[in-house]
Design a protein around this ligand. Sequence first.
Ligand code: ZN
Length: 164
Amino acid sequence: MAPNKIQDGLVVSVQYTLKLDDGEIIDESTADDPLLYLHGADNIIPGLERALTGMAVNETKHVTVAPADAYGEYDEDALESFPLGFFPEDLELEPGLMLDMSDENGNLFEATIVDVNEDEVLVDFNHPLAGETLHFDIKVLALREATPEELAHGHPHLPGMHGH
Ligand code: ZN
């Protein structure tokens, strides 16, 4: 019998609205295009995964997630200046621009330009939602057992999706 409450090893589809403290909706996933994730595989932020544990199909919940259980506290030390020449010449450098940067080991980081002056660019390596308390309205739409392949990959597969 298929399990009827969210637990590890299930593929879950969720509809959600995500708001910040000021009530601004910054993300949502509708019933037509739900979030699909594998429970217990760190596909989603820890605070949201914990709140979903044990929920049943059609159940709704309001969840408040503190920064530590979401995208982390804002780190003042995660700001770094780079010389203008560090960036490709054809890149239009301006505050708010998101960058994909890598270190000498090939690790990728998302970063945001904060400030640009005559010779330097100030880059913020914090996640854009670092320091934010997140308010989710969630509704569980469907549950199913993950396939062995999904469990091995650590994420859900859409119908017809394979080979990765
Ligand atoms: Zn896969």
